[in-house]
Design a protein around this ligand. Sequence first.
Ligand SMILES: Nc1ncnc2c1ncn2[C@@H]1O[C@H](COP(=O)(O)OP(=O)(O)OP(=O)(O)O)[C@@H](O)[C@H]1O
Ligand SMILES: [Mg+2]
Length: 258
Amino acid sequence: MMAQESQPVLDVDDVKVHYGGVRAVDGVSFQVWPGELVGIVGPNGSGKTTLVNAITALTHITDGDIRVDGETIKKFAPPRIARLGVRRTFQAIRLLPDLTVVENVMLGADDGGSPLDAAFRPLRAAKAQRRSRVAALEALGRVGMVEYAELLPGALPYGFQRRVEIARALASSPQLLLLDEPVAGMNPREREEVSELLLNLRSEGLTQLLIEHDLGLVTRVSSRIVVVDFGKVIATGDPVETIRDERVREAYLGRKNA
Ligand SMILES: Nc1ncnc2c1ncn2[C@@H]1O[C@H](COP(=O)(O)OP(=O)(O)OP(=O)(O)O)[C@@H](O)[C@H]1O
Ligand SMILES: [Mg+2]
């Protein structure tokens, strides 16, 4: 081969996820290229979370293929996909209430050492622990949360808990970050702060896939958007132009739930 061709970080290729008669995802294709922030929008129940679950192997795909850096991940279990540098946040916050903020973020760091090390090689385990703590603090720095590292997540406002979730996903220095409605339940100021955070990560070159209902926010932060409806892609392209598309307005705004 001559020069190495550029290839998408994520290649979703005619993916179907059917649950019995429910066609949650029904033949979706799109790519995410290095450094892009791709926004996925669509009405409630249009298959957005199911797509992210499929990419992270939390749900089985009925048909099609998903590739990361050109390699099919269809048969991989979630930990293997995480090791490829694909990390996510969840639509509902999942922080452990009895661990501190930094301990929660350490769970996302790569090298926490193995349980066997803890039992038989305490020095190695302690070193691994320290490395993952450093990675966690660095991730907290990226989301502006270092000063809250030793608090319990329950003591923080909702918007801050969301940032901790994002930090946990960042702690392993992922190559692809999947965000499922990261500003859900936030007030306008918190939303603005998270948009700025995502834009900062984008300018650092982090590749991101963002599921979000707030069309204004998606339009501001995304380099490109993909609109899904009833498990199918109905439009894709430049954020502002795509949002103006007649079919998108009809599908999305026409039936949008409160
Ligand atoms: N495990 C499952 N079993 C059966 N049906 C499911 C399952 N998961 C999702 N669905 C259905 O698949 C469809 C898509 O759901 P999904 O959660 O992906 O939508 P969404 O676009 O993320 O919606 P929202 O904007 O409300 O988060 C819905 O009809 C949902 O009820
Ligand atoms: Mg969802």
